[in-house]
Design a binder for this molecule. Structure first.
Ligand SMILES: [Zn+2]
Length: 87
């Protein structure tokens, strides 16, 4: 069972996301490594799982249960989001 980092000091990269297909995931790269740990709940089959693999951007992995490909698009590439300025 993967343990989520307790502080940002332990990881070079950390993201917590809900993707457009409703896949929920947490991914992080422990400091000094080139691997990414991913904990996810697949939006397709609703099963959750854990994966450790080589870190590449964008993070892409295959659901171990249903085999669907999940791509974690970088946040800064997302467009078309309605954003209201609150005052
Ligand atoms: Zn799946």
């Amino acid at each position: 069972m993967l343990k989520e980092p307790e502080s940002m000091d332990e990881c070079a990269f950390f993201t917590r996301r809900i993707l457009d297909d409703n896949t929920k995931l947490v991914a992080w790269v422990p400091t000094g490594t080139n691997i990414v740990n991913i904990k996810y709940a697949c939006g397709n089959c609703k099963k959750s799982g854990e994966i450790t693999q080589e870190f590449q951007k964008p993070i892409t992995f295959i659901c171990q249960n249903c085999g669907c490909k999940i791509v974690v698009e970088p946040l800064n590439k997302r467009r078309g989001r309605r954003k209201k300025k609150s005052k």
